[in-house]
Every structure is written in structure tokens, then in C-alpha cells.
Write a protein of this length. Structure first.
Length: 148
């Protein structure tokens, strides 16, 4: 299945972002560097939603599970502006022994603005050594996996 063909009804989690005037450059579109930040905010919101309020902060400090990024890529399709809410569709596409891959598609007014691929590694924050995801996280991710 081509991920570009996925529609909003096929992706369960959508995080809405208000793009503000300060997010934009003189060309009146979002600064390029803001787009990865929007995607990371959406992934954090995905974790919060699926772990009962625990996002990256709680995962790292309370659950002793960090998830630093080892890869990020974005394909830009259409400019992001303050005119409409940015709807970030988020889902995990792969779960390994110590890694997870997310897909984030950013849309405004039903127009695909960017497609992103983000890979994290589960680590023990104290020693920064890779580890398997805790069982509850693994179950959540496995229940939400969709094709890339």
C-alpha cells in the first residue's frame, strides 16, 4: 500500500497544531526547521495518548526508557502556513528489538504538506544502552502498527 494514498480515516491518531505567525518566514510559510519540530510534537502526543498521559518526559524520568532519534527524514509536498490547522497523522510502522519507526504525515486543509520517517532506539537513560521496549509499550505499539 502506498502511504500517500492513506486517508485520515485509515490513520487513527491525528495531532492538531496551530501554526503561528512566529513559525513563518518572510515568504509567509513555516520555517523549514519548524516542520521536524511539529512532527516531534505529534509523536510525543502519540505516546501521551497511547500511554495514558505519559509522553517522552515521563518515559525518560519515571519509566527509565529513553527513545533518542537515530534517523529523521522529511519529504516536502506543499507549504505549511498559518491559514489552517496542521493535522499531523502519526502511526508506528515498525518495531524492532530495540527500535521503533514512526510515520508522520502533515496535512492542511486536506492537502499533504510533508511526509516524515522517524526512527528511535529504546535506551536505558542512565547508561544510554539499547534495551527492549517495556512490555506495555510493546503491546501498545504492536496494536497500532500500520504499513509504511
Amino acid at each position: 500500500m502506498n502511504v500517500s494514498s492513506l486517508n485520515a480515516a485509515q490513520v487513527d491518531f491525528v495531532h492538531s497544531i496551530r501554526v503561528g505567525w512566529g513559525d513563518c518566514d518572510p515568504a509567509q510559510i513555516a520555517y523549514t526547521g519548524r516542520l521536524p519540530a511539529f512532527a516531534l510534537e505529534a509523536i510525543d502526543a502519540w505516546w501521551e495518548h497511547h500511554l495514558g498521559g505519559d509522553g517522552w518526559f515521563q518515559m525518560e524520568l519515571d519509566r527509565k526508557t529513553g527513545t533518542p532519534f537515530v534517523h529523521m527524514s522529511l519529504d516536502f509536498r506543499s507549504p505549511v502556513t498559518p491559514r489552517h490547522r496542521l493535522k499531523c497523522h502519526v502511526w508506528p510502522t515498525r518495531l524492532g528489538n530495540s527500535s521503533i519507526e514512526f510515520r508522520v504525515d502533515g496535512r492542511q486543509n486536506d492537502v499533504l504538506c510533508f511526509e516524515g520517517r522517524f526512527v528511535c532506539v529504546f535506551v536505558n537513560p542512565d547508561g544510554f544502552q539499547p534495551k527492549e521496549p517495556p512490555d506495555d509499550m510493546r503491546r501498545v505499539v504492536e496494536s497500532q502498527l500500520k504499513p509504511a
